[in-house]
Design a protein around this ligand. Sequence first.
Ligand code: TYD
Ligand code: MG
Length: 457
Amino acid sequence: MAKDKTTFVCCQCGNDSPKWLGKCPVCGEWNTYEEIVVAKTNSSQKLTGLSNYENQKSKPLLLNNIDSGEEIRINMGDGELNRVLGGGLVPGSLILIGGEPGIGKSTLVMQTVLKLKNYKTLYISGEESARQLKLRAERLGTEHANLYILCETNLEAVFSHINNLKPDLLIVDSIQTIYSERIESSSGSVSQIRESAAAFLKFAKATSIPTLLIGHINKEGSIAGPKVLEHIVDTVLQFEGDQHYMYRILRNIKNRFGSTFELGIYEMRQDGLREVSNPSELLLTQNHEGLSGMAIAAAIEGIRPFLIETQSLVSTAAYGTPQRSATGFDTRRMNMLLAVLEKRAGFKLVQKDVFLNIAGGLHINDPAIDLSVISAILSSSLDIPIEREVCMSGEVGLSGEIRPVNRIEQRIQEAEKLGFNKILIPRNNLKGSDKNNAQIQIIEVKKVEEAFRELFG
Ligand code: TYD
Ligand code: MG
């Protein structure tokens, strides 16, 4: 019997190598190479057999003759999901939805397919029993007459069911549970994931049936069997949030059919996920009149502006080494901001514990929230509340300068829309004419000291 051809793949970055390596030359990780079977050796597939290519269906087209007409998109019945996908689901696309266990991936997908009543859907579950899925569907409170559940993890068996059933939409929950008999390693290993994902890709492309894969994210925050899977699929969506909070963000990390800056926000409720079309409501529900340690940032995530609360608590350190902890914000960046505060505002934070939290359990990458982070810390340290009608936006540099941020007009508009009276923005960020048209009072600041004077007098 011909020996199977194998190769070695780095589980971290997906790099291929013909032999095993201790350290990956691409990503620098140790011990990440795993042997995988590429394909059964088949002499008829050898490149020398040129005659194989004579019956090819594909042929070169002149660029000028290609029709660039509107692509058909399937409306998912969910505004947030449609937007994140770049306007709906593209037929024949392979989509990966990644997220930590328990974050709500199965709920999101189940809720979505329940809305697509005209599509004969096959939901392959390798994690939950048919009964559990039924209970979830009941909890979500909608019916679907054409939704089939298949509890199966064997790839070959899955495909034989697909051939019999001929669904219009395929869901695989989760890709890590699927295994192929052709490969010896256990399910969830890189070789199994790669084999199964490649099979679903081939299926999606050959039949134009859109396929959604659900994938778990490991502790480091990457999708298990990470890059390997990301390379294969067309679109990668990441579902994130803090399990103890109700808000969830759906982020697009890779999209062959649209931009990757889109972002969807949901609220997890008893009866499923609710779209949050106005993200600033995350903030507006809270009343923090008279409380110190709160500052409101006009942030932009994806392409949407919203206002978000940064909360801080500064207290005297009980033990020798002060604690520094941030939720929803990079701790290293917070330490940098503390150093700026120490140097520029002369506050002795050495003997203080500092805790920082972004409201709603969201993780914000926008550097423009720096100014609100530093102001919230100072407000807590001084125990002086910041006025409720004030919000701010600005990146803070090492020397305490406040640097311009992108799309400042949108941030100001959002703050104005939500009834704020005053916004602190970086100097020279806004062109002169726009300033005079605004209802909201715009205060331009160049250094953190100026901002502090404005906020705390
Ligand atoms: P689930 O979709 O099973 O997560 P994943 O597939 O990502 O592992 O959702 C898990 C959590 O969501 C679980 O703790 C229960 C909660 N949940 C709700 O709060 N409301 C709901 O309507 C549903 C179906 C689940
Ligand atoms: Mg699940």
